[in-house]
Write a protein that binds this ligand. Structure first.
Ligand SMILES: NC(=O)c1ccc[n+]([C@@H]2O[C@H](COP(=O)([O-])OP(=O)(O)OC[C@H]3O[C@@H](n4cnc5c(N)ncnc54)[C@H](OP(=O)(O)O)[C@@H]3O)[C@@H](O)[C@H]2O)c1
Length: 117
């Protein structure tokens, strides 16, 4: 993505995105790739549901500690500051995003939504 696809890098510059499926195989690969190749992306909001009694915040921490992010961590030690967990569930209307997250203007800040389930 780095050199030959600079249009993609340009596209993500200054943008924030919301993705679903970020804890899955494809989603975590996508998060890592965007952060590594598009360093000017502002935020990646990740819709995460509670699972096996683990709250979304804990799941996000576990996700960011996975081996796939270790190389990125060396390049961008603070990469985790760009990844924000949003509690929700894709089967619930409005993705189950709580009013608190809506009130801080989440939909207005996020022009790109990658929906993967
Ligand atoms: N893997 C491949 O090689 C491949 C190739 C081509 C296409 N695809 C497609 O890409 C998509 C993702 O595949 P994957 O391999 O990444 O699957 P995966 O590892 O099973 O991940 C699925 C993701 O979707 C999330 N999810 C499922 N139901 C949800 C819900 N109700 N609300 C919020 N999140 C929900 C899961 O969250 P939890 O962690 O909470 O379960 C997880 O993050 C699928 O549609 C698949 O068909 C995959």
């Amino acid at each position: 993505m780095e050199s030959e696809s600079s249009e993609i890098v340009e596209f993500f510059t200054g943008k924030s995105i919301l993705i679903t499926g970020g804890t899955g195989f494809v989603g975590k690969t996508l998060i890592e790739k965007i952060l590594r190749s598009c360093p000017e992306v502002v935020k990646i909001y990740v819709l995460i549901r509670e699972k096996r009694k683990q709250c979304p915040a804990v799941r996000l921490q576990n996700l960011l500690n996975e081996p796939i992010f270790q190389e990125l961590k060396k390049l961008q030690p603070n990469f985790n500051e760009k990844v924000v967990g949003i509690s929700g569930d894709a089967t619930i209307p409005k993705l189950g995003i709580c009013s608190e997250d809506v009130e801080v203007g989440l939909p207005l800040m996020v022009p790109i939504v990658v929906f993967r389930k």
